[in-house]
Design a protein around this ligand. Structure first.
Ligand code: DGL
Length: 269
């Protein structure tokens, strides 16, 4: 009994290439306010979206080892690119539960599409990997997926340009082809895109469902912890933040994502 209590109180480890994964952390902490969380942002190596599978996997392995050294009870890969490239490998070498963000968003979108036409937007790495398409096809092979890499979205969000005419125009250019395919659901397959959600909605209208993988993955984390009897049931969750570079910048931008919850950020090698 004592042992289980201790295990439940261990933190959830969440990592991303930078601060974008705070959208996932925000969803997890809202759904499970009791949970302690350790967040790692690989700010020395961001962006992952333009890098190779090998290099992103090397980073993901190091970060997972770091989180395990902090005694986390499970790992959430908040980064879509790292989930697409490294989850399968990490599952083989990590002996605690580990999940990425791709499956949750894929299953949810497969469940809600009516005309079986889903659009996926993400970084170059995520789109090239076809990770979302593969997951969606596992669920229902009759669903058609149409993908589009949107490399300008991450810098737009990082600059704080989440709305306005320029952002709307850029979204229109990227999403035009998907709209021509008559999709009824679109997956925001990148940590940063939930911050563009309102503007994306303005561009695509009310008829297309927007699936934000951050909320979908939070639900999956909760289900998994419940199944394994590992939910922390009481007490307000405590948060710790680690980065590989520029803790001050992380704190400043990160607080926009997380609503001023970041007080202390430690830099680690
Ligand atoms: N975190 C990345 C993702 O979700 C976006 C930023 C990057 O390219 O590192 O794919």
């Amino acid at each position: 009994m004592q042992e289980k209590k201790t295990l439940n109180n261990k933190p959830i480890g969440i990592f991303d290439s930078g601060f974008g994964g705070l959208t996932v952390m925000s969803a997890v902490s809202k759904l499970m306010p009791n949970e302690n969380i350790i967040y790692f942002g690989d700010t020395a190596h961001v962006p992952y979206g333009t890098k190779s599978k090998k290099i992103v996997t090397d980073f993901a392995v190091e970060i997972s080892k770091f989180l395990i050294s902090k005694d986390v009870k499970m790992i959430v890969i908040a980064c879509n690119t790292a989930s697409a490239f490294s989850l399968d490998y990490l599952k083989k070498i990590v002996n605690i539960p580990i999940i990425g963000v791709i499956k949750a968003g894929s299953v949810l979108s497969a469940q809600i599409t009516k005309n079986k036409k889903i659009g996926v937007i993400g970084t170059e790495g995520t789109i090239k990997s076809k990770a979302y398409e593969k997951e969606i096809k596992k669920y229902d092979k009759n669903i058609n997926c149409f993908s589009k890499a949107c490399p300008l979205f991450v810098p737009l969000v990082e600059e704080g340009w989440c709305d306005g005419k320029i952002t709307e125009d850029i979204i229109k250019v990227y999403i035009k082809d998907l709209l021509n395919k008559n999709i009824d659901t679109i997956i925001l397959g990148c940590t940063h895109y939930p911050l563009l959600k309102k503007t994306i909605k303005k561009v695509i209208g009310d008829k297309i469902n927007i699936v934000d993988s951050a909320s979908a993955v939070a639900l999956r984390v909760q289900t998994l912890l419940k199944e394994k009897c590992m939910l922390k049931k009481a007490g307000k969750g405590k948060y710790k933040f680690f980065v590989s570079d520029s803790p001050e910048k992380f704190k400043a931008i990160g607080n926009k994502f997380l609503g001023n919850k970041i007080q202390n950020v430690k830099k680690v090698k």
